[in-house]
Design a protein around this ligand. Structure first.
Ligand SMILES: [Fe+2]
Ligand SMILES: [Fe+2]
Length: 272
């Protein structure tokens, strides 16, 4: 099974640019075209938060149009730029969204790998948190199926990235999550967004990672006083291939027009 992870789309109303610079809608369109042109088509697409820029109804309406050409199951979670009620209202056919209101936490049970989505949003704030109610739900869900390989998806990563201004708006109570995940070796991976960069770390006995954005990337500056800035580095997304023999094998796809492909070999062997 192939899982496509896109993250941090920051969609605005048609014609508006994010931070007056980034054409996030045009860039998502390019991303969707790129996914549709993949040689192997994903079975599902997960979108790990910051779906819109300001959580407004017209932004969600625009997002809906932009995602439609994917024509496959799409699973959404909110980020700090989202608004739960407006998000749910825009996607009434995405019934999984309301499994555990007021939070957007849900389990996808009908796939070869189980997916548990958790909601890290604090309304009107940039940082995230996991309160006792949200952690309790996750602990119960994990305890329910200890033998089923499971992927957790969430917006704010539970680990330090060393990009100071992003760590300042990181996840509160990551320790609470760590204590739960450590007890559950069936957790194959924790897939996150928020960072607008691909980052991996060994965490709580599993692997945790973030995804690049199909739009703007957070500037690579691993200092505590890094300025809060973004750069237009090559946009991208993650492709996670699941197989019971291997677990989850993750690739980063870059969106753009690049030279090649060129062959390594010709009739004589390795090209000299
Ligand atoms: Fe974001
Ligand atoms: Fe975010």
């Amino acid at each position: 099974m192939l899982i496509c992870q896109i993250s941090d789309l920051h969609i605005k109303t048609p014609g508006k640019l994010s931070y007056r610079v980034v054409d996030t809608s045009g860039l998502l369109k390019r991303c969707v075209d790129h996914i549709r042109a993949l040689k192997q088509q994903p079975d599902i697409v997960i979108v790990t938060g910051d779906l819109t820029d300001f959580g407004r109804p017209d932004e969600y309406a625009h997002l809906r149009e932009l995602l439609a050409p994917l024509a496959r199951p799409v699973y959404l979670i909110p980020g700090n730029h989202d608004h739960r009620e407006n998000m749910v209202a825009a996607f009434p056919d995405h019934r999984y969204l309301t499994q555990n209101m007021p939070f957007i936490q849900y389990a996808i049970e009908d796939l070869p790998v189980r997916i548990l989505a958790i909601d890290t949003v604090i309304p009107e704030e940039s940082g995230g948190e996991l309160c006792e109610a949200r952690l309790g739900w996750l602990a119960r869900k994990l305890a329910e199926a200890p033998a089923r390989p499971t992927i957790i998806i969430m917006h704010h990563p539970p680990f330090k990235t060393f990009i100071g201004h992003m760590d300042d708006i990181g996840l509160a109570n990551a320790e609470g999550l760590k204590a739960i995940v450590e007890r559950h070796p069936q957790v194959e991976r924790v897939l996150c967004g928020h960072l607008h960069r691909p980052i991996q770390v060994r965490w709580a006995g599993t692997l945790a990672s973030t995804a690049p954005s199909p739009a703007h990337q957070v500037a690579l500056d691993l200092s505590a006083d890094a300025p809060s800035e973004f750069v237009m580095e090559p946009p991208g997304y993650q492709l996670h291939q699941w197989h019971p023999d291997t677990g989850l094998v993750s690739h980063t796809a870059f969106i753009g027009k690049f030279d090649g492909p060129y062959p390594f070999y010709d009739g004589e062997g390795l090209i000299d």
